[in-house]
Design a protein around this ligand. Structure first.
Ligand code: PHE
Length: 351
């Protein structure tokens, strides 16, 4: 892939590396928001963006979120993210070759950036990247010596966050009869739906893909039409699709008591945290509750933890951070988002 220089006004992060792939027309952006002891990490997202350049902005936005996520998790890593725009008709073989060339870009950053699976990429894809960039792809398949898919751990952390939210709203952490709407039944959303169902919650889902909605129906999980997802009454609304959905119009339509989901960068802008507060909707900030996959996979692959210990750490981290933030918010006039940002800034300062 060919390295291209781009002008990025207003980016507060450290560096954005942009690569063009002439063979496929793909564009890869690796945004490094911050490094800790020279290292940063974050997932690799792959999708068809409406414009290739949008991949760059997406990587930048998400890289900052990763800085917060690692800090909240108490891990010594800086935030980064890669976003690859791909053409819609990319075949299996061409995709594999593209991932190899992307692996060369990761390798050439000489350890500054490690990556993992994210929206549109899998553990199998990380195996391919790791062949070219050994030691720099996390979340590889178990067969290849990795810790596998991060999604179950992310879902576990979000489930725990919902438990904390219910305790906070009702005085007891009981899922029975709690209404939860999940927006987006991808990797994490599907795992979360199954866990909630097992807990006895009244879970409903919404997704653009009719097939995944049908698959949920088979499991006895109802759906909500996409266009009614905000205005349908529920206890907890769980954004598990794309970011930026917490914005003026949607927030004023919402009929939930709390928002807690796995999507990254859910707030469109900082004022939206205030809008949620004004509507008395409890918000569980994304970067302190969706860190399960990132925590578990790095701990298992870099520190040799077993799955049980990684699960326990996920639950404890989410529980402690979210309890602290929601309690502080209740005692002050500040939003959970503002308090969560303060929490991570403090941890970054004390590194
Ligand atoms: N996709 C993960 C996230 O957004 C990133 C990740 C997973 C990074 C696994 C490293 C290892 O949290």
């Amino acid at each position: 892939m060919k390295r291209v220089d781009v002008d990025l006004p207003g980016w507060t992060g450290e560096a954005v590396h942009v690569f063009e792939d002439s063979l496929t027309g793909a564009l890869a952006a690796i945004a490094i928001h911050q490094r800790v002891e020279g290292r940063s990490a974050g997932g690799t997202r792959m999708k068809v963006y409406s414009e290739p350049g949008h991949a760059i902005e997406d990587a930048q936005r998400l890289a900052e979120g990763m800085t917060f996520k690692w800090a909240a998790a108490g891990l010594e890593l800086g935030g980064a993210k890669a976003a690859i725009h791909v053409p819609p008709d990319l075949g299996v073989e061409a995709r594999r070759n593209l991932l190899e060339r992307y692996g060369e870009c990761v390798r050439d950053l000489e350890g500054a950036f490690s990556t993992g699976p994210d929206l549109g990429t899998s553990s199998e894809d990380m195996d391919i990247v790791a062949e070219v960039a050994p030691g720099l792809a996390l979340g590889r398949t178990v067969d290849a010596g990795g810790a596998g898919d991060p999604a179950p751990y992310t879902a576990l952390g979000v489930l725990e966050a919902m438990r904390v939210v219910l305790q906070f709203l009702d005085g007891e952490p009981v899922f029975a009869d709690a209404g939860v709407i999940i927006q987006g039944v991808g990797n994490v959303g599907a795992q979360l739906a199954a866990k909630l169902q097992a807990e006895g919650a009244k879970v409903r889902v919404s997704d653009i893909d009719a097939n995944v909605v049908d698959a949920c129906r088979v499991m006895g999980i109802d759906s909500v039409p996409m266009e009614a997802v905000y205005e349908t009454e529920c206890d907890i609304f769980a954004p598990c699709a794309t970011g930026g959905i917490l914005r003026r119009r949607n927030i004023s339509a919402m009929r939930c008591r709390a928002v807690a989901g796995a999507a990254n960068t859910q707030l469109r802008d900082p004022a939206d945290a205030e809008r949620l507060k004004d509507r008395r909707i409890a918000y569980a900030p994304d970067f302190i509750i969706n860190c399960g996959g990132a925590i578990a996979i790095t701990r298992m692959e870099l520190d040799g933890w077993d799955a049980e210990r990684a699960r326990a750490a996920t639950i404890e981290t989410v529980r402690e951070n979210l309890t602290q933030v929601l309690e502080a918010a209740a005692l002050s006039d500040r939003s959970p988002q503002a308090l969560a940002l303060e929490l991570v800034e403090e941890r970054i300062a004390n590194r």
